[in-house]
Design a binder for this molecule. Structure first.
Ligand code: AHR
Length: 504
């Protein structure tokens, strides 16, 4: 089927905030212990962090990481994770019913993150704790030596320089009955407002994220945000959203169109925030922190809820295939297409736990299929997102009705004029014939040239990467793509495929 794309550099959506390429590290399963941190591993540095994993994190292009949870944070006492390691308590983590050794805490994580060139985002516990603990953690993390006793504890623990965390999440998924310390929207809204007010008095320059809905199917979706923002509108910068996608009942066509749901959620919550702003006659425009998103085969793990209590047991270690990688690439395109409203996004999670990077204890680290669309997008889709008018045959789906068979996102670097096209052919049986007239991109007599066309596509959409075959699925060059004398780009997108086309 044919796909025609209309683009003009003058028609833009907005600028990509680099924090759109965020990730998430939770004390859960083998994300921290046996993931980023494994002191006995041959590549571990003097602090116990695996350097093979750190190298892959750099290659992934992650810009920011939310820490330490997730559901974990709602029962976390941050004080347990600082000071001499031998004196740190072992605690029962109520979220995942596991034993938390507290070997890694705020200082270790922030030092590691800075070492791999990443800006940490910190979440505070508004499940079992409140204003005091949040402000103490802020002082501990960010205040200058000599300013307060709490800041000096950090210095005494060997961290003279503040960790300078600028963005803070006010709790996690407080709308979910599974959350330790779950609250109604009014209860949470009040607590979030009081915490935000106190944190702002400590540091007026922070960016604060209020908890929005845990997923688009929550019965309180929309009303939760309205009530929470009625309490917090003037005090926060972002409202969070979380969403995980999987094929439900074998319905792969709807799964291929998961980003339609993500797009719906973003539009709905932006409208909800704007409604609260309108009622307040506010000139302020809130943005969204989509701080947990990914493919997650939740049905595979439904039995893991009543776990035996143990330490570092593997949890939700999804192995991703080609289809999942196409969906992840398409979800990234949805975030980019809404870059005027989505300021932060964190793929959940970074290592082992529903993650682009997998490790074996004492063994290798490797890239899952979903690593590749993330890494390519994070590297090349920087700058200005353009409005793409796409004419395409529809894909009928059970869940979302008729959706575009192919989605296309265009991002231009305003400095160099380089143009990056991302495309996902969600049709599992039909190739798409892509046509993009690019004459409008001739600038100062200089015509764009085709630099690269690579794709995630495979005759076997269920192919995966494993420790034994880590590069079974990688982006491969696409042949036959042409930019002709009329400056029209043509390419064939095989069924179920994700693409990166670069022009410069
Ligand atoms: O990422 C796994 C879990 O999913 C997080 O702990 C929680 O916030 C979400 O429900």
């Amino acid at each position: 089927y044919d796909v025609e794309v209309g683009l003009d550099p003058a028609f833009t959506v907005g600028t990509v905030d680099p924090r759109l390429y965020g990730s998430f590290v939770e004390h859960m399963g083998r994300c921290v212990y046996g993931g980023i941190f494994e002191p006995d591993h041959p590549t571990a540095d003097e602090h116990g962090f695996r350097q093979d994993v750190a190298d892959l994190v750099r290659e992934l292009g992650v810009t920011t990481i939310r820490y330490p949870g997730g559901n974990f944070v709602s029962g976390y006492r941050w004080e347990d994770g600082v000071g001499p390691v031998a004196e740190r308590p072992r605690r029962l983590d109520l979220a995942w019913r596991s034993l938390e050794p507290n070997t890694v805490g705020t200082d270790e994580f922030c030092r590691w993150a800075r070492g791999v060139g990443i800006d940490p985002i910190m979440a505070v516990n508004l499940g079992t704790r409140g204003v005091d603990a949040a402000v103490d953690l802020l002082e501990y993390t960010n205040f200058a030596p000599g300013s307060t006793s709490t800041a000096d504890r950090r210095v005494a623990n060997g961290n003279k320089d503040p960790h300078a965390v600028g963005t803070w999440c006010l709790g996690n998924e407080m709308d979910g009955p599974w959350q330790v310390g779950h609250k109604t929207a009014d209860e949470y809204g009040r607590l979030a407002a009081e915490t935000a007010r106190a944190m702002r008095r400590a540091d007026p320059d922070l960016e604060l994220v209020a908890c929005g809905s845990s997923n688009g199917a929550m019965p309180t979706f929309g009303t939760w945000e309205r009530t929470v923002l009625e309490h917090t509108y003037d005090l926060v910068d972002h409202i969070s959203l979380h969403a995980y996608f999987e094929p439900v009942g074998g319905d792969v066509d709807s799964f291929m169109a998961s980003s339609e749901d993500m797009r719906r959620m973003i539009t709905a919550i932006a409208a909800t925030a704007d409604h609260v702003g309108a009622v307040r006659r506010s000139g302020k425009r809130l943005t969204i922190s989509f701080d947990e998103w990914n493919v997650w085969y939740q049905h595979r793990f439904s039995g893991q809820a009543g776990l035996d209590v143990n330490e570092n047991a593997p949890l939700i270690e999804d192995v991703y295939d080609v289809t999942d990688a196409v969906v992840v690439g398409d979800l990234l395109m949805a975030l980019l297409d809404h870059c005027d409203r989505v300021a932060i996004a964190c793929q959940a999670q970074l290592v082992n736990v529903i993650a682009p990077i997998m490790t074996r204890i004492g063994g290798p680290a490797w890239r899952q299929t979903i690593f590749h669309p993330f890494a390519l997008t994070a590297r090349h889709a920087r700058g200005t997102v353009l409005r793409a008018a796409v004419r395409t045959a529809p894909l009928p789906t059970q869940r979302y009705g008729d959706v575009p068979g192919t989605r296309v996102t265009a991002v231009q670097d305003p400095e160099t004029g380089a143009l990056t096209l991302l495309a996902a052919n969600r049709n599992r049986t039909e190739p798409a014939r892509l046509t993009v007239p690019l004459r409008a991109f001739d600038q100062h007599g200089r015509r764009p040239r085709l630099l690269e066309h690579v794709a995630i596509a495979d005759a076997d959409p269920s192919a995966t990467n494993t420790a034994e075959h880590p590069d079974r699925v990688v982006p491969r060059p696409v042949t036959g793509t042409v930019l002709d004398g009329e400056q029209t780009l043509t390419a064939t997108l095989p069924p179920s495929s994700w693409h990166l086309i670069r022009l410069g």
